[in-house]
Design a protein around this ligand. Structure first.
Ligand code: CA
Ligand code: CA
Length: 393
């Protein structure tokens, strides 16, 4: 059963307070969100890498080369167990050997080239229809709490496990071309929430916000996506085919994660006074690796009287009866006079590259703008592998 994920009010005496997160926008800029970069953030990330770096993904060209090698083996007539050069009696006159070699090369060329072309044509023909247009994953947010209208932000194109920008920034012609292809009226998208399909969205129209395009859609989610939360929409037939897994944390999970959060803040110099200001903006339980045990993803903020901010995005994994930190994205910075913070909120999860571990989508607040980022677990470590603009005014 899928429940709302917003944090429940903290119990009396909890050292970490909770509040319901603000509705996540899908249209235009929001206060406190930035297009790119994070003023004051001192937490550095590794260079963004494409998901396609995974050794489990075999590229088309590598598959083709493998087939070519097999074809060479067949068309040269090489008999298993009989090395050609060491065959006894294989001693022809030099001219005969040259002609023989030329004939073999010509024969191989005649067989190999059509075979390779045929293989490539067959592979192209077998691709799903969505591949030609590209597999899009968008963030969809409810336009209002009671209606069935949603707003879509195009976040990422997934191409053979690699993550690509939907269109170049600040390029209106490219935005319009993209919209004509992906945001045409009547186009259907599958909705996923917690990594599994929960409904559909049908595009109504699109328009330009401040500096980016956004689509509106009619949402059919069977009441499975809480109104204040965002989900993902995709034109892929294959992504998000596992059961949806996303719920409110239990009291025991909440107590365990609060201890971990307090420990993380203390280890980064937070005083007792600062600890008392820590607020849970979102806490979600969801199974990221499909092992049946739910991970916790939380967003926290703390603010001193002098506007010194300490924000935390945390992915915690089950560790016996407790949880251990798997990703700690900690930001300490001075809140600018305009009040725009740099906090990061969990949006949803989806396994984009089919390696069995879902990628984590987040929304980054900033200076009169907002953006999205994707985190991927690779060789045991969560890393930010992709960022894109939401909108900026
Ligand atoms: Ca798990
Ligand atoms: Ca994955």
């Amino acid at each position: 059963m899928i429940n709302s994920l917003c944090s429940k009010p903290a119990k009396r005496g909890d050292s970490i307070k909770s509040r319901t997160p603000a509705g996540l926008p899908g249209w235009g800029p929001r206060p406190g969100v930035e297009r790119s970069g994070t003023p004051g953030s001192f937490v550095s990330e590794g260079r963004a890498r494409e998901v396609g770096d995974s050794p489990f993904i075999i590229s088309e060209s590598r598959r083709l080369r493998f087939r070519t090698l097999r074809a060479l083996d067949v068309h040269f007539g090489h008999q298993p167990g009989v090395p050609l050069r060491s065959t006894p009696g294989f001693m022809l006159p030099p001219a005969t050997r040259v002609w023989s070699l030329l004939l073999m090369i010509a024969a191989a060329w005649l067989f190999l080239v059509p075979s390779t072309i045929a293989n490539r044509a067959r592979m192209v023909a077998q691709r799903p229809q969505t591949h030609n247009a590209g597999t899009l994953v968008a963030v969809i947010s409810r336009a209002d709490a009671n209606g069935d209208q949603g707003n879509l932000d195009a976040v990422v194109l997934v191409d053979n496990g690699k993550l690509r920008q939907p269109y170049p920034e600040y390029n209106e012609a490219a935005q319009q071309k993209f919209a004509a292809q992906f945001f045409a009226s009547g186009q259907k998208y599958r909705l996923t929430f917690g990594g599994g399909e929960v409904g559909s969205a049908t595009i109504k129209s699109f328009a330009t916000g401040c500096n980016n395009i956004h689509a509106t859609a009619t949402v059919e989610d069977n009441g499975k996506i809480p109104a204040q939360l965002s989900a993902l929409a995709t034109n892929s037939d294959t992504l998000g085919r596992k059961p949806s897994s996303r719920r409110i944390p239990t009291d025991a999970e909440r107590a365990a994660i609060n201890l971990l959060v307090a420990q993380i803040y203390r280890s980064r110099g937070a005083t007792r006074a600062v600890l008392r200001t820590v607020v849970t903006t979102n806490l979600t339980a969801t199974d990221l690796d499909g092992d049946g045990r739910l991970e916790l993803i939380g967003s926290y903020t703390a603010e001193s009287k002098t506007k010194a901010r300490k924000d935390l995005l945390l992915i915690a994994e089950p560790d016996g009866m407790n949880f251990k930190a798997a990703l700690v994205k900690f930001q300490a910075y001075k809140l600018p006079p305009e009040g725009f913070d740099s906090a990061i909120d969990f949006v949803d999860q989806l396994d984009l590259d089919g390696d069995g571990v879902a990628e984590v989508f987040v929304q980054q607040h900033g200076f009169d703008a907002y953006g999205y980022a994707i985190y991927k677990k690779s060789r045991g470590t969560w890393r930010q592998v992709y960022t894109t603009a939401g909108d900026a005014c």
